[in-house]
Design a protein around this ligand. Structure first.
Ligand SMILES: Nc1nc2c(ncn2[C@@H]2O[C@H](COP(=O)(O)OP(=O)(O)OP(=O)(O)O)[C@@H](O)[C@H]2O)c(=O)[nH]1
Ligand SMILES: [Mg+2]
Ligand SMILES: [Zn+2]
Length: 387
């Protein structure tokens, strides 16, 4: 909802624009053919097809971002710091603001994009925390939480598990305890927008200068949480279907929402199963008790099944690693290994495509040269060139 978002225009400093970004922008725009005054710094609040809504401090502008995409540089993402160039009207073509450059990301929440081709999609950029969210109005799905934690850790931000709808659970403490068991080193917080439980703590995490991204199924109350913190209806929220308890994907864009007297929340559409993107580090952070044993195995290529001297299996036998955790870790590891194979396969294929293309171009070039020299000879025979 661009109109609603565009009403909110935080100033540049509270957007997170700092000296380092100013230096980057000056370098990025050096030598560009426009008046320096026409280049405006900002932060991307929402991305839609071909356009990005950018908070520039004074304003919220809709900047064309198609050219950045076509140059195969980076796809703009919500939370990106950027430079917008607006030459103003009157110079003919290409009027209107254009996204000219995107700053290197300090952190990025990424998933594998839908589709056959292995490629990443950035869900949110330059974030400090990721809220891994789960509704307490339904059974806990521990595997889902672990998968989301891998993605969250991999982003470079800090994950926090936020269990929503605490008012709808009969035993909140038991749920919190069982999530704590699978989230070592991660804060686990139960909240309710109905009773107000946990909202103070959420507000602390979204302190000024901080940006939080939210991850979770449709209908678990992401947008409702945003509204609770912005004390106004900013985000549209939706009912959950009574038949199967599923949300209806009320939020359809990824939005950077300023919290009054605070930082930013990035609301996202619900994701059912988030695909991992090159997340070995996130996997290690999520399963530290396993990652810690792997280097102690006797064989470097140990698969931790029945090899002699396997430290992981020894830890399982000692009850230090639950069998279930090991199995999930293995599944996730296999998913990442398969992705690597697919990436190599794609690289090989596009390499041979490039080679074939280059060969064809060389052939074309050769036959052009032959044609040219034949016509040169004809011209010579007729006595003289074009001149
Ligand atoms: N009981 C209870 N219901 C809640 C709470 N928070 C949200 N809800 C309800 O859950 C439903 C879905 O909330 P949304 O905020 O739209 O969910 P969402 O995660 O943004 O969903 P998508 O935008 O589809 O991804 C709404 O009917 C909310 O009123 C809560 O703390 N307690
Ligand atoms: Mg929503
Ligand atoms: Zn082993």
């Amino acid at each position: 909802m661009i109109d609603d978002l565009a009403r909110l225009t935080p100033d540049l400093a509270s957007l997170g624009w700092d000296a380092e970004l100013a230096t980057w922008a000056a370098e990025a725009m050096a030598g560009a053919d426009h008046e320096p005054a026409d280049a405006v710094p900002g932060r991307i609040a929402q991305v839609s097809r071909g356009y990005s809504l950018v908070f520039t401090g004074a304003d919220a502008v809709l900047a064309a971002s198609a050219s950045i995409r076509s140059q195969a540089e980076v796809d703009p993402a919500t939370g990106d710091f950027a430079v917008v160039v607006d030459d103003g009207p009157g110079d003919g073509a290409d009027d209107g603001p254009v996204l000219a450059a995107i700053a290197p990301r300090r952190s990025a929440l990424m998933r594998r994009a839908a589709g056959r081709v292995p490629e990443p999609q950035v869900l949110a950029a330059n974030i400090d925390d990721v809220f891994v969210m789960h509704g307490l109005d339904r059974d806990l799905n521990i595997r889902r939480i672990e998968r989301q934690l891998v993605v969250a850790w991999q982003s470079g931000a800090e994950p926090i598990v936020v269990l929503t709808k605490a008012d709808a659970s009969e035993d909140v403490e038991a749920a919190v305890a069982s999530v704590r068991e699978v989230a070592p080193g991660v804060e686990v917080l139960a909240v309710s927008t109905v009773s107000g439980r946990g909202l103070d703590r959420i507000a602390e995490r979204v302190a000024p200068g901080r940006t939080v991204a939210m991850l979770g199924l449709s209908g678990i109350g992401k947008s409702t949480l945003v509204n609770a913190l912005t004390d106004g209806i900013v985000q549209r929220t939706g009912e959950v279907r009574a038949s199967d308890g599923r949300g209806r994907h009320t939020t359809v864009t990824r939005d950077l929402i300023p919290v009054p007297d605070g930082g930013f929340m990035i609301d996202t559409p619900g994701i059912r199963e988030i695909g991992l993107w090159q997340a070995y580090e996130g996997l290690d952070r999520t399963f530290p008790e396993i990652a810690g044993e792997v280097p102690q195995c006797r064989f470097a290529d140990c698969e931790h099944r029945s090899e002699p001297g396997c430290a992981v299996q020894a830890a399982v036998a000692d009850g230090l690693i639950p069998q279930r955790r090991l199995e999930h870790w293995r599944d996730l590891q296999a998913e990442l290994a398969l992705q690597e194979e697919q990436l190599e396969e794609f690289a090989r294929r596009s390499e041979s495509r490039d080679r074939a293309e280059a060969e064809r171009r060389r052939d074309d070039e050769r036959s052009n040269t032959r044609r040219r020299s034949r016509s040169d000879q004809r011209r010579k025979r007729r006595g003289g060139g074009r001149r």
